[in-house]
Write a protein that binds this ligand. Structure first.
Ligand code: IMP
Ligand code: MG
Length: 185
């Protein structure tokens, strides 16, 4: 594994800023879902750090579940409309207030398919909470109810987000300098 300092362009969102925003989101969600026992669905694997920090900032009863999807694209960095469920929920979401917890929305293709699949199971409500919104890259419209930060069109890593599966554990969001990043293989 390369040391990320070699291709670090900049730290986009530092740990303090990230955690402060997550506690604001948790407070807002606690207020909006009071009395509702929402189900938070984490999309693996990128959303894991966000979910575990967010749920500790939610002061009302709630449950969690996980789902993994993969999208096949032209290159490893781009997704297309072809999304497959690799790991499905254990919870029956019928008539539940469901909140999807995502790391980042880029083109929107992945989440659009996830929304379509979950809608067929008739939850009472279905909303989205994404930490990052790469808004200018959007190809399909996605209704975002909660977001942490809108970020520019840069490839980012850290805090759950990977570069070829590495660096997910970094406590901040960093941008890659494309001129200095060499794939490890
Ligand atoms: P979308 O289908 O194009 O919206 O892609 C969403 C997925 O692509 C996210 O859940 C991430 O796994 C991945 N992704 C998109 N942009 C980045 C990035 O800048 N860094 C790391 N992963 C990313
Ligand atoms: Mg990923």
């Amino acid at each position: 594994m390369q040391d990320y300092h070699e291709f670090l362009q900049e730290i986009l969102i530092d740990e303090t800023t990230l955690q402060r925003r997550i506690s604001e989101l948790g407070a807002q969600i606690s207020q909006d879902y009071a009395g509702k026992n929402p189900l938070l669905i984490c999309i693996l694997r990128g959303g894991v750090l966000f979910l575990t920090d967010l749920m500790r900032q939610i002061s009302i009863p709630h449950t969690i579940d996980f789902m993994a999807v993969s999208s096949y694209g032209v290159g490893a960095r781009e997704s297309t409309g072809h999304v497959r469920i690799n790991f499905d929920l254990k919870t029956d979401i019928y008539n539940r207030d469901v909140l999807i917890v995502e790391d980042i929305i880029d083109s929107g293709y992945t989440l659009k398919t996830v929304l379509e699949i979950l809608e067929t199971r008739h939850p009472k409500t279905l909303s989205i909470c994404t930490l990052l919104d790469k808004a200018e890259r959007r190809k399909v419209e996605i209704p975002i109810h909660y977001y942490g930060f809108v970020i520019p069109d840069k490839f980012v890593f850290g805090y759950g987000l990977d570069i070829d599966e590495n660096y997910r554990s970094l406590p901040f969001i960093a941008a890659v300098d494309p001129a200095r990043y060499q794939p490890t293989e």
